[in-house]
Design a protein around this ligand. Structure first.
Ligand code: NDP
Length: 337
């Protein structure tokens, strides 16, 4: 038995913002799963900003994508054929062979999910890496105390929208930054942020943040870097904690931009700034999953998806992350469940 599968390959390494020409849709036939393998039909796949870093041929915390090879990333699919004892046809699993409609994967790389607990795609959003990244960065890296002020950049994105809501649950005053008025309304009116800055229309971001946080900020959850980090350093209080999660503002830069001009604030204000990678924290997964399922069930955490249909449109969905096409989690839907 062979399966006709379609997958997206990296055709060439992007220079600057990726374009459609950097990707190629390739058809190939898949063999039947060997012992210990599964044949999976993908329902949903995730596109994520970190994938831009993997398109560059350089050492990092995860190996670069190879030109002429399929891209990969988080996905949810249905097991159609199992040659592994722990899985049976019909099981819904998360796996890491996204960017393709069918995949033969090692069963060890699949995790069965309970479709009754949440919609399958939620395991790529609030219950997946974005939710876990927000939870770990906020609670285990930054640690806001009740009544403190938390600033979250890219606050309407997959990670940011979770960080805003978790910070509210923990009793913080929360300020988000976003790129559109529609996102500002969502973050303020539905997610519960106390103030929102639209960085595209705010003018001087430091002044805008200082106005939104007259009491200063105690925690900065950084998804953006650049001028946002500059502003956060300027407005931070003494002993502020910065969880450096991502710096999307510079992912397409060929040469790293100059750093914040005001790093001396770290000393004067005794700021602790810590970068982290969620892959380092698998130990936190059970606590996170339990807590997040509870919050979702109680309606204390809301989520939104921006859905692009069809594998062939996955590059467009990915590229759209860099111009803010998504509110909440950017997902590609490949098939009905
Ligand atoms: P998002 O859903 O937040 O999508 C990206 C968003 O970033 C866009 O919607 C856009 O929103 C905003 N954005 C894009 N370009 C810029 C820019 N130049 N300046 C300001 N904002 C910009 O993505 P994720 O939630 O998946 O990821 C958020 C961050 O978290 C990324 O930096 C990512 O790399 C990082 N990350 C880190 C992990 C870790 O382990 N450390 C794990 C997962 C993610 P807007 O319209 O508001 O501009």
């Amino acid at each position: 038995m062979t399966i006709a599968a379609r997958e997206i390959h990296l055709k060439s390494r992007p220079a600057g913002l990726p374009g459609p020409d950097n990707f190629e849709l390739v058809e190939r036939s898949l063999p039947a799963p060997a012992n210990g393998q599964l044949l999976v039909r993908t329902l949903w796949m995730s596109v994520d900003p970190y994938m831009r870093g993997r398109m560059v041929d350089r050492p990092s915390y995860i190996a670069p994508f190879q030109v002429g090879q399929p891209l990969e990333g988080a996905a949810v699919g249905v097991v159609e054929k199992s040659a592994a004892p722990d899985f049976k046809p019909g099981d819904v699993v998360t796996h890491f062979s996204g960017w393709r409609d069918w995949a033969v994967i090692d069963a060890a790389t699949a995790t069965r999910i309970d479709p009754a607990a949440a919609a399958p795609q939620a395991w790529l959003g609030p219950l997946g890496v974005p939710g876990q990244t927000a939870h770990a960065g906020l609670l285990h890296i930054a640690g806001p105390k009740e009544g403190e002020t938390v600033f979250v950049s890219a606050a309407a994105g997959a990670v940011g929208s979770m960080a805003v809501q978790i910070a509210k649950i923990k009793g913080a005053r929360v300020i988000g930054s976003v790129g559109t008025e529609e996102k500002a309304r969502w973050v303020r009116d539905e997610l519960g942020a106390d103030a929102v800055v639209n960085y595209r229309t705010a003018g001087d971001l430091t002044k805008a943040l200082a106005k939104a946080a007259p009491e200063g900020i105690d925690v900065y959850f950084d998804n953006v870097g650049g001028d946002h980090l500059d502003a956060a350093l300027a407005v931070a209080n003494k002993f502020a904690r910065f969880a450096i999660c991502g710096m999307i503002a510079q992912y397409n830069d060929e040469v790293p931009p100059p750093g914040p001009r005001n790093m001396a604030a770290l000393i004067v204000k005794r700021i602790r700034m810590q970068g982290y990678i969620i892959l380092d924290h698998p130990d936190l997964t059970p606590e996170f999953t339990r807590e997040m399922l509870g919050w979702l069930g109680e309606g204390r955490i809301k989520s939104r998806d921006t859905v692009v249909e069809g594998l062939e449109n996955a590059p467009k969905a990915f590229i759209g992350l860099f111009s803010g096409d998504n509110t909440g989690k950017m997902l590609v839907k490949l098939a009905d469940g």
